[in-house]
Design a protein around this ligand. Structure first.
Ligand SMILES: [Zn+2]
Length: 175
């Protein structure tokens, strides 16, 4: 995992004040303070600091806590957990593995199979929407192409054999 290390001054240049206070000062945003909490849009949530992909919308938990919640990160190494002594009830902090941004907190009341709930500050995330229909269509198109390619390959060897066997490769003029 690559690391992005910047000074507080550099982060303040890159982030707005609220984003800085959440990600670099471990503040928690007020609930329902951002559209991500209730968003059902398909796409990828990345770290607002370093732009590493962190959570996919397909792993979002439909739970009305006021913060976007996920049951698993986009990749196993995207985030790490650390003890957070500042929050006695929220004992485990979720940290971006790339830039060490404070993202939110981990709870163990999520759905099966992980049983985990990553409760993340919207301010720590950027979101890139994905066209679900376009993805499905292109996958379908690829499947059709693959099927046609397979069919063509399957038929190609049969054709010459048939011609050779039937009339000597077309030299008899029967067609
Ligand atoms: Zn990051």
């Amino acid at each position: 995992m690559k690391k992005m290390i910047k000074t507080d001054d550099e982060w303040q240049q890159l982030l707005d004040h609220k984003q800085f206070m959440v990600t670099r000062r471990k503040m928690t945003e007020p609930p329902y303070s951002n559209e991500f909490a209730l968003s059902e849009k398909a796409g990828l949530y990345s770290c607002v600091c370093c732009n590493e992909p962190l959570f996919d919308s397909s792993c979002k938990i439909e739970i009305k806590t006021g913060w976007p919640s996920f049951f698993i990160p986009a990749s196993p190494n995207a985030v790490r957990e650390e003890a957070d002594e500042n929050h006695s009830e929220q004992g485990i902090a979720v940290i971006c593995n790339c830039c060490d941004a404070h993202l939110g907190h981990l709870f163990e009341d999520g759905p099966a199979p992980s049983g985990l709930r990553y409760s993340i500050n919207s301010l720590a995330l950027s979101f890139e929407e994905r066209e679900e229909n376009a993805v499905q269509q292109s996958q379908a198109a690829q499947a059709v192409d693959a099927a046609q390619a397979g069919e063509a390959k399957g038929w190609q060897p049969a054709e010459p054999t048939e011609k050779e066997g039937g009339c000597g490769g077309g030299s008899c003029g029967c067609n």
